[in-house]
Design a protein around this ligand. Structure first.
Ligand code: FDA
Length: 394
């Protein structure tokens, strides 16, 4: 039987947050073991951003994150900013570009980011134990972590095992299990940044338009709780996707109505009323064709023909284009979700260090925490920032 190996810090999960935490702690002279059941580190980084890793967003602000406590992320985000990440990427000579809306992607490949993090780990003398399953975690004076490759002890234990999205890539509910084991509350988890699924009726009406994409303004919630995104929407064979739908999915709650403005800032039908122009099916069809791709224009007219040729009826038609209300049947679930919303309740953690308030020495970072970023590099920025914050405190 191998003797127990001692470290200052054991980090479970060698994804974005765990790697960054290991680097920071190692640089500060802590003896760090980084344990992951996967055969290699940073697997999600490799598939991120279509293989180019959208590694940060220039405009990362606390407002771009969803959490029961919207203030929680502020401290960590200020401690490690997008500029800090850019400096690290530049130090390693990685070329990158801004795609849109402050989203920074590697020019070449996401592998560059993983290689960078692995090199930093080596320089910081981090001991990486890949292909290692955790059997149990216990705490007496120190944490004892029993694994498939031996037993480890450490004063600090960092949980960086991510969320439930993409189970086929090794995502597990492990982190939530540890939180529960130590009596920490979990904010109910749900898939985020995920395509939405139509009801059966809507699927029959719209899904043969698969592949069709338009710019929309999508709103979930009402009043002060309303959230709106103006981006592209894509019709899929099951429902709706594209950036606008992925963004709004993180706010949408099952059973809620979703409101879509299909022609933001544009008047489609009212010019006909205002100019008192010819009113007949051909003229309406022409107006819709100038706004929407042809197949959508025709389908819209089939589904929502004018009820009369009066000003009132035509104005109602205009209103419906700007306030199309539908209730999705659900989402495509964790199989297709980019992130898991919800997670370890931030009220349980210190915002500066990510340390549990109840269990000294126990830290939670990255996606396992109830902080979920928008689409566009925000989730990695949270992983880096929360990783650095914990890395400085362990
Ligand atoms: P992450 O999931 O990265 O890492 C967790 C690690 O823990 C994994 O290595 C896993 O193997 C390990 N682990 C899990 N259970 C374990 C157990 N029981 N024992 C041991 N190890 C265990 N974000 C962004 O900002 N820009 C982008 O371009 C993208 N693109 C993107 C594409 C796709 C397809 C997905 C699914 C997600 C994204 N994201 C993204 C989101 C981003 O990938 C995500 O938010 C971060 O990877 C979260 O980092 P963590 O380190 O918290 O978890």
């Amino acid at each position: 039987m191998d003797p127990v190996q001692s470290f200052d810090v054991v980090i479970l999960g060698a994804g974005a947050a765990g790697l960054m935490c290991a680097i920071e702690a190692g640089k500060l002279g802590r003896r760090v073991a980084l344990i992951d059941h996967a055969d290699r580190a940073g697997k999600k980084i490799l598939i991120s951003g279509g293989g180019r890793c959208n590694f940060t967003n220039l405009h990362s602000l606390p407002e771009n994150f969803i959490s029961e406590n919207p203030h929680f992320a502020k401290s960590a985000l200020a401690r490690f900013t997008p500029e800090d990440m850019i400096a690290l990427v530049e130090k390693h000579g990685i070329r990158y570009h801004e795609k849109t809306l402050g989203q920074l992607f590697c020019d070449r490949s996401a592998q560059d980011v993983v290689t960078m993090l692995e090199r930093e780990c080596t320089a910081a003398s981090v001991v990486a134990l890949m292909g290692t399953s955790v059997v149990s975690v216990a705490k007496a004076e120190q944490f004892t972590i029993e694994t498939s490759k031996g037993t480890y002890q450490a004063e600090s234990l960092v949980i960086a095992t991510g969320g439930l999205s993409i189970p086929k890539m090794g995502a597990t509910g492990f982190g939530y299990g540890i939180a529960k084991q130590f009596g920490l509350r979990i904010v109910e988890c749900r898939p985020g940044l995920v395509p939405l699924v139509f009801s059966d009726v809507d699927r029959d009406r719209w899904c043969d338009l698969t592949g069709l994409s338009i710019e929309v303004m999508a709103t979930a919630g009402t009043g002060k709780r309303a959230s709106t995104f103006r981006e592209k929407m894509l019709i899929t064979h099951r429902g709706l996707s594209g950036p606008a739908m992925l963004q709004i999915s993180s706010y949408w709650k099952p059973g809620e109505v979703l409101r879509l403005d299909l022609a933001p800032d544009r008047k489609v039908i009212t010019p006909m009323v205002e100019r008192n122009a010819r009113r007949d099916p051909g003229a309406i069809r022409q107006l819709l064709h100038t706004t929407f791709p042809g197949r959508l224009a025709d389908r819209w007219l089939e589904e929502y023909p004018p009820t009369a040729w009066t000003n009132v009826a035509l104005t109602a038609m205009e209103e419906q284009i700007h306030d199309w209300q539908l209730t999705p049947a659900g989402t495509e679930g964790y199989e297709k979700a980019e992130v898991t919303a919800g997670g370890v309740d931030t009220a349980e953690l210190d915002a500066k260090t990510m340390q549990s308030r109840k269990v000294p020495g126990l830290f939670f970072i990255g996606e396992v925490v109830d902080v979920t970023g928008w689409l566009g590099g925000y989730n990695f920025q949270w992983a880096w920032a929360s990783g650095v914050s914990a890395g400085q405190a362990v």
